[in-house]
Write a protein that binds this ligand. Structure first.
Ligand code: ADP
Length: 499
């Protein structure tokens, strides 16, 4: 029957399981949404047990759809929403609190205090990240400080911390393996990405006891097995990576300078920088792409918080469209944006601005503006924001972009991809398998059991469509110049003191 790899893609709003065959083709797929909890403004929580149940449910369904049994699965690969933080009791395997989602800004005060104490540079140099609620470190501290019993359990060596990969593997192995991989560890704000170890100084600053931390393992290679009581056999877990790093792997961005952009709720651009960690002076993050046989490769990362979610807002907030798909046709109905620029800073601005207080703004509205222009400006904004990040990456890595590989839900929009190619003035390649995140986990797991080599998976990457630039230099410069004016105006509005 050939080999099969089961990829678990545990995302922010849903869990998915995709079964791939030996050729790296999708055999079956199942997805289940789970509940989001917003108990207070800025808080975003998940129920870790519900996440685990949704994963098991998707595994069962995907197997049924493929007419396969656990016995037919040769390896499991896991990719996950990053930074989301769980603590649990090692004896009972029960979480002590809801998981704190990466989106949750509930630790802003802790972050402000650390910045006030002048720790920004220490964290940045060691972890490649910034002190920001986005990362796990301050979430762990919040849980230890706010959950009764957490510290006393930690004192008894009975407490475990994990990102979602650790939590899933803990459950799959029935508590035998408490591990995470290099890529996930590098998003916690407590992992030294140069020395490849949990950093004592950072742990001290955040008052996090070492005993609660998982062991850091390779992203590819057998690192754990499912417990025999769970399925018909012990299945090796041989691929683990955070979602954006898995997408980089799934896009086979294996060489320094290779870049992918995922167009989902937000946009995440990652550039492979090989075995050198490039530290950014201008708001890009430095992160571990993956670690194989103890050797890690690094990436530069730019995070755009609002991309596809601006389209959701047009649909659910403004109600001017019914589906995300129709934005393509609407945008094509108008030849230009009519001078309208939209900065969708609903939750502040990420790379390179890191302006938490910025808010969404429209510029250039006149009476001639219709919903077509509004829609077009929202799509264009995704492309301009991407250009902001690409410009910075090129400068900091000293590499000229030769092309961009794309994936994610919004990359299906051909207008968006054409405009992106025009604005960047480079080719855009969209692969035939859009599920690159799960594909990355599948490749890592397949390589991890010796089914493929890295070279084999390169030949499996098939392009669906290439978009080539078709815009004059003048036009491109004019549009981008206006975008930057809009952006500066939006940032100025965020400054309450000066105006
Ligand atoms: P995530 O994994 O972040 O939940 P997906 O990769 O599933 O996101 O992409 C969904 C996002 O893409 C949504 O925000 C949606 O509004 C947007 N989207 C989906 N299809 C289109 C489209 N054809 N044009 C523009 N945006 C789209």
């Amino acid at each position: 029957m050939g080999k099969h790899i089961l990829a678990i893609d545990q995302g922010t709003t849903s869990s998915r399981v995709i079964i791939f065959n030996q050729e790296g083709k999708i055999v079956s797929f199942h997805q289940k949404e789970f509940k989001q909890y917003f108990p207070k403004p800025g808080y975003v929580l998940h129920d870790a047990e519900e996440i685990w149940e949704s994963v098991v449910f998707c595994m069962e369904k995907a197997l049924q759809k493929a007419n396969l049994a656990y016995n037919d699965i040769d390896a499991i690969g896991i990719t996950n929403q990053r930074e989301t933080t769980v603590i649990w009791d090692k004896l009972t395997s029960k979480p002590l609190h809801k998981a704190i989602c990466w989106q949750s800004s509930q630790t802003k005060e802790i972050c402000d205090e650390l910045i006030e104490l002048d720790f920004q540079e220490t964290f940045k140099t060691k972890t490649g990240l910034l002190i920001n609620p986005y990362f796990s470190g301050t979430k762990i501290k919040w849980l230890l400080d706010n959950v009764k019993e957490a510290r006393s359990l930690a004192d008894n060596n009975q407490l475990a911390f994990g990102t979602i990969d650790s939590w899933i593997i803990w459950n799959l192995s029935k508590g035998k393996s408490h591990i995470t991989d290099y890529s996930n560890a590098s998003r916690t704000l407590i992992y030294n990405i140069h020395e490849l170890k949990w950093d004592d100084e950072l742990l001290n600053i955040l008052t996090i006891p070492r005993t609660i931390l998982p062991k850091v393992v390779d992203s590819s290679g057998i690192s754990a097995y499912t417990d025999e009581s769970l399925f018909a056999k012990k299945i090796p877990i041989s691929g683990i990576a955070g979602d954006q790093q898995a997408a980089l792997f799934g896009q086979t961005c294996f060489n320094p300078g290779d870049v992918k952009n995922t167009y989902g709720t937000g946009c995440f651009l990652l550039m492979n920088t090989g075995n050198t960690p490039k530290l950014s002076q201008n708001g890009l993050l430095t992160t571990i792409a993956w670690g194989i046989n103890g050797e890690v490769e690094y990436a530069l990362e730019g995070s755009i918080f609002v991309a596809g979610s601006a389209i959701q807002w047009l649909r659910d907030g403004l109600g001017i469209i019914e589906t995300a798909q129709e934005t393509e046709e609407l945008a094509r109905k108008t030849k230009s944006n009519l001078g309208v620029y939209f900065v969708p800073a609903f939750v502040g601005l990420g790379t390179p601005y890191w302006e938490e207080d910025a808010r969404g703004s429209f510029f250039g509205l006149t009476r001639g503006v219709t919903k077509m222009h509004i829609v077009r400006s929202a799509l264009e904004a995704i492309c301009y924001q991407t250009k902001d990040v690409v410009n910075l990456m090129e400068k900091e890595a000293n590499i000229k972009l030769s092309g961009l590989k794309v994936d994610g839900g919004a990359s299906k929009n051909n207008f968006l991809m054409e405009f992106q190619s025009d604005i960047l003035n480079c080719n855009i390649s969209r692969p035939s398998i859009n599920e690159t995140t799960a594909l990355g986990a599948c490749y890592l797991a397949g390589i991890g059991i010796g089914l493929w080599k890295k070279e084999d998976v390169i030949s499996k990457w098939i392009v669906d469509r290439t978009f080539k630039p078709n815009m004059t230099e003048n036009k491109r410069n004019e549009l981008y110049h206006n975008w930057q004016r809009a952006l500066r105006a939006c940032v100025a509005f965020a400054d309450k003191k000066n105006y």
